[in-house]
Design a protein around this ligand. Sequence first.
Ligand code: PMP
Length: 394
Amino acid sequence: MITNRQLFFQHLAQTTPSPIGIEVEKTEGIYMFDKNGKKYIDLISGVAVSNVGHRHPKVLQAITEQLDKYMHLMVYGEYIQSPQVQLAQKLAEILPENLQSVYFVNSGSEAVEGALKLAKRYTGRPEIISFKNAYHGSTAGALSIMGSEEFRYAFRPLLPGVRQIEFNNEAALNEITNQTACVILDPLQSESGLVLSENNFLEKLRQRCNETGALLIFDEVQTGFGRTGSLFYFEQSLTPDILVLAKAMGGGMPLGAFISAKEIMDSLMSKPILGHITTFGGHPVCCAASLAALDVLLDEKLFEEAEKKGKLFLEALKNHPKLKAIRQKGLFLACDLENEEQYFRLLEIFIRNRLVTDSFLFKLDSFRIAPPLTITEAQIQETIDLILKSLDEL
Ligand code: PMP
């Protein structure tokens, strides 16, 4: 009989020559079980998604209850759907007063597209500034602002009027002018292996945006929902004009959002009307799941624990001779190895030892530790032991 593995290679679009290839049967919390019952630890939360763990019971309950009422009803923005309204209100409650209007979409890329369109539409300006080594998604607009010529080149022509400047380079801020609609960044550069801002760079960037009237967009698709030790990373720095969210937002279901002041957002409803259209954006089942996941984060104060848990990993691993450097923020760590080849060897050892990780798009010699925030201290110890064992075997 033809196996699922064979069908995977035959009929699913392939995006890398070496997919991880685990055949997952079931998940629970930090664990994934393959079809032979082997129990893996998800060190990456499905890339920043399962912050409340896989299949959190409260998320499952919210999904089931919503399934009993309705699923898709109508394209976004026409009907009053309780899960959307309740989630938007909850977000408005926890966000600052200039981030009170929420546009729900399907994914991080779509949220980025929406944010860029909104900034252009509101300011009437043609240019966009983003950063080298930044990733914001894979659709044409998001790809245009990606900080890597290698990834962009083959898909040209892309959006005009886009420039990438260097992160943490103060002089580069002069590229922001009164022609700039917006500056977009992930304020803690995730895909370059967790690069933090230095020397008040974010404050200087905010100031330059204020001087020129460019809108500041924070892409918190990866850093949002408790990952870095606060509910959103901007709480540790400064407030943007537009906030972009996705990934962990849906509690395991697909959901994204871009959020701004109502005055800014209202520019999507005239000249032309329907400035952004989405069929499934804000799907009621996803919004119900999202609200439940957010409640779990808030009730269990998982974001407050993230820093302490991250430090446990840091302390246990920082002196290992195979690790050249470790960067940590909340429960998000980047561990640098000697080179890319060593990373791929470690990946195989990890899989053997029941650990699943990933490198960073722009830093292939580094692996991440970003398990669900629900991980317990006993599970942290179990994980650390397996990581140390694997590094010793390297
Ligand atoms: N922004 C950032 C910072 C991301 O990490 C990602 C996904 N890795 C995206 C945007 C795109 O999100 P999606 O894959 O949901 O389109």
